[in-house]
Design a protein. Structure first.
Ligand SMILES: [Zn+2]
Length: 484
């Protein structure tokens, strides 16, 4: 159990026994509860809204969302034989006690049972104190328990909500929450955040990391600017933007897009997609979001957009019901381009079996590129033959084939293989120095640039011995430099 220092214990006690929730909190919770509803679908498309009890017809399928024509809210459709459904949302509120900010976290839960009865409850389970240190300072009460590998928050009322301990596990228990916005402006009035407009950001974005905003003192100006532009979701990522410059320089798209960005309150991820799509079409952007697997990594789509337009990519993905692996597709397109296929032609741009076609092109490309490289190496080897040199102990000669280079790197266990392309292009010269009695066995691999030895390596990338180095020096002086 983590210890709670006295100052914090006093704060928590005041919160538990002497403070009340601000005006508007109950309405705020009620509003969030509205989201915790379903559309129940029975036979022949008959639908029932658990929010307003209205019945209507729809052809939408189970697990899709549909808008209730009566209350106009959008809910998930579930089958009428549903036994149990649970909603959980995390709400938070900022408080200020004894010159200290505290963020209080609540779990709002609704269970819908087989009789379609709602059972809703809210319980406070965590508190956090901004400290501008790397580790977050989070405290939890007795409602929090760990069962198997996940955190469970009890709503039963059997556990004491007023007994606090420090949360010491290294994974976070809470960071994103729906923040109560109405008291923030007042609380930040006399702080450096007074112009930050965090209250506006909280009002217009669901699920944000309030602590992160409160600790980001470096970007207050940018938060203010982005909020004033009504780009609230981008204000959450103020650190990604520069403060000065033209619209294009700040956002990476032209000013023509501003109204569009504002209307949809676009997120940073969506902005990155807009830069690639260059089209004011929000449904396309939403669709493309399905292809970003890790955080905001848009690199695959970026590469794809170098070969075909993302609108065409969407068309292809829809043909395959979203089952397109972008990391395979981008490779496929690269090979196709390198091999000279016309990607304007749908036959090449939209392979039926992506994996199969990818492997085929990869093979083709490998064979072709190896042929090209090998030819160039043969030519270079012949050119460099004039630099062959030997004494009574050693001999040095250029690499003549790709295979010889691969052999050398295998024997030496170094990475000369990767030099093959550069060698073929004439960007560097590769020589093999060998014992004259064992000319097939690799000894020293030598890289030459501008008639100077720039690297000489023996096995495992070690340096040659003195005798070997002396030979190389002689060679450099008597052969390489003389030619030059
Ligand atoms: Zn309704």
């Amino acid at each position: 159990m983590g210890y709670v220092k006295v100052a914090y214990r006093n704060i928590f006690r005041q919160l538990d026994y002497h403070s009340s929730m601000p005006k508007g909190w109950n309405e705020f919770v009620e509003k969030q509860l509205k989201f915790q509803n379903l559309i129940i679908k029975s036979s022949k498309g008959k639908c029932y809204c658990t929010n307003c009890n209205h019945s209507f017809f729809s052809n939408k399928k189970v697990n899709e969302e549909v808008k209730c024509p009566n209350c106009h809210n959008k809910y998930l459709i579930k089958r009428s034989n549903l036994k149990y459904y649970e909603f959980k949302d995390y709400l938070s509120i900022l408080d200020y006690i004894n010159d200290t900010f505290v963020i209080r976290y609540f779990e709002l839960r609704t269970i819908i049972d087989s009789l379609r009865e709602h059972h809703s409850s809210i319980v406070e389970f965590a508190r956090e104190i901004p400290n501008s240190k790397y580790n977050r300072e989070v405290f939890v009460n007795e409602t929090v328990s760990k069962c198997q590998c996940h955190i469970h928050i009890s709503h039963s009322g059997f556990y004491d909500e007023k007994i606090w301990r420090k949360y010491t596990r290294n994974y976070s228990i809470i960071d994103y929450s729906i923040v109560f916005p109405d008291n923030i402006k007042k609380l930040l009035k006399d702080t450096e955040f007074k112009y930050s407009r965090i209250w506006d950001i909280a009002k217009h974005s669901r699920y944000i990391d309030l602590l992160k905003l409160l600790e980001n003192k470096a970007d207050i100006n940018k938060m203010e600017l982005l909020s004033k532009m009504k780009l609230y979701n981008l204000a959450l990522r103020a650190d990604e933007f520069r403060e000065k410059g033209s619209f294009q320089e700040i956002f990476g798209v032209s000013k023509d897009y501003y109204q569009f960005m504002k209307r949809y309150n676009i997120t940073y991820k969506q902005l990155k997609l807009l830069r690639l799509l260059k089209e004011k079409d929000f449904s396309k952007i939403k669709y493309l979001e399905n292809f970003i697997n890790y955080g905001e990594r848009t690199e695959d789509l970026e590469e794809i957009s170098n070969y075909i337009s993302l609108t065409r990519f969407i068309k292809y993905a829809k043909m395959h019901h979203k089952h397109v692996k972008t990391y395979i597709y981008k490779d496929y397109l690269r090979f196709a381009k390198l091999l000279g296929f016309d990607l304007k032609n749908t036959r090449y741009a939209f392979p039926k079996n992506l994996r199969e076609e990818h492997d085929k092109l990869e093979k083709q490309y490998k064979i072709q590129s190896e042929e090209i490289i090998n030819k160039a190496i043969l030519r270079r080897g012949k050119e460099l033959d004039m630099n062959k040199y030997q004494n009574s102990k050693f001999i040095i000669l250029p690499a003549h084939t790709l295979k010889a280079l691969q052999d050398e790197s295998k024997q030496q266990r170094n990475c000369v293989r990767t030099y093959a392309e550069r060698y073929a292009k004439g960007e560097c010269d590769i020589y093999f120095m060998r014992d004259i009695k064992k000319p097939k066995e690799s000894l020293v691999t030598v890289e030459v640039k501008d008639n100077r030895v720039v690297q000489s390596r023996i096995k495992y990338n070690n340096s040659p011995n003195e005798q070997q180095l002396e030979f190389l020096q002689d060679w450099e002086q008597n052969v390489l430099r003389k030619v030059a």
